[in-house]
Design a protein around this ligand. Structure first.
Ligand SMILES: NC(=O)c1ccc[n+]([C@@H]2O[C@H](COP(=O)([O-])OP(=O)(O)OC[C@H]3O[C@@H](n4cnc5c(N)ncnc54)[C@H](OP(=O)(O)O)[C@@H]3O)[C@@H](O)[C@H]2O)c1
Length: 232
């Protein structure tokens, strides 16, 4: 049976690369993002090799958009085996100080990255097959024990600490539904977000996400980096 994976924020960067690698492995991919034109372009590109790619326009920070996207999948009788929450924003050059930045900017980042991810999980949970997997793309910048990125983009880092909290708390509730949920740090990756000076390729950035989606990993409520458990 064809196993299906929904990936948010997949019109470029790590999400797109993750989609490509998992499509290569034979999964049916639901490619999702906010920007319709860039989403259509990404779907067209992947469809040349993998014809059953599905495009799903969705803004994770907009409840109506989430409900409409879930309704579209339901109408097509599509159930999900894996949900990869990859979409996020980083307001480079703006997100610089918890003391002086506008609260509205900090709210925007947390709303988009953390509450948006929580809302995606709630919306798509009824569409998930059991057993199932959820993978939340986090960041070392969200770790409370690592010093990776310390002081850099503090609102973004808090949004990723929250992602880790969301992963942990959902892990208790989802266990009885046979759904595992894990966070992953992709490392510093050369994408629009990571910039050209990052030390990792998108292939390397996608590696642990693809592994958590496809390999025999039954653990839940953990924070991973390079296929190893990371400190929260
Ligand atoms: N690159 C790094 O060095 C790095 C390091 C640590 C963690 N990460 C994490 O890895 C993930 C992927 O990052 P990336 O580097 O590939 O970033 P990217 O190139 O900037 O791509 C971000 C993706 O998120 C989507 N997105 C943002 N807000 C959205 C929303 N409200 N609704 C739907 N889609 C939304 C964007 O789609 P639209 O353009 O359509 O809005 C885009 O497809 C993120 O969670 C990021 O925090 C990245």
């Amino acid at each position: 049976m064809n196993r299906t994976i929904l990936i948010t924020g997949a019109n470029r960067g790590i999400g797109f690369e993750t989609a490509k690698q998992l499509a290569q492995m034979g999964y049916q991919i639901v490619l999702s993002a906010r920007n319709k034109q860039k989403l259509d372009d990404a779907v067209q590109l992947l469809s040349k090799e993998y014809p059953d790619i599905i495009g799903l326009q969705m803004d994770i920070s907009d409840e109506k958009s989430l409900n409409a996207a879930a309704a579209t999948l339901m109408q097509q009788n599509i159930k999900l085996d894996v949900l990869i929450n990859n979409a996020a924003i980083l307001l480079r050059g703006i997100d610089t100080s918890l003391l002086s930045n506008e609260i509205s900017m900090i709210e925007q980042v947390i709303d988009n990255n953390s509450i948006g991810t929580l809302a995606v999980i709630r919306t798509f949970f009824p569409l998930m097959n059991k057993p199932g997997r959820i993978i939340n793309v986090s960041s070392g910048g969200g770790s409370l024990t690592d010093t990776i990125g310390s002081g850099f983009a503090p609102a973004y880092c808090i949004s990723k600490t929250l992602i880790n909290g969301i992963t942990k708390q959902f892990s208790f509730e989802l266990e009885k539904h046979q759904i595992t949920i894990n966070s992953v740090c992709p490392g510093w990756v050369r994408t629009d977000m990571g910039g050209p000076g990052a030390d990792r390729s998108v292939e390397k950035g996608a590696e642990t996400i693809v592994w958590l989606a496809s390999a025999e990993v039954n653990e839940t409520g953990k924070f991973w980096r390079d296929k190893e458990v990371n400190n929260w």
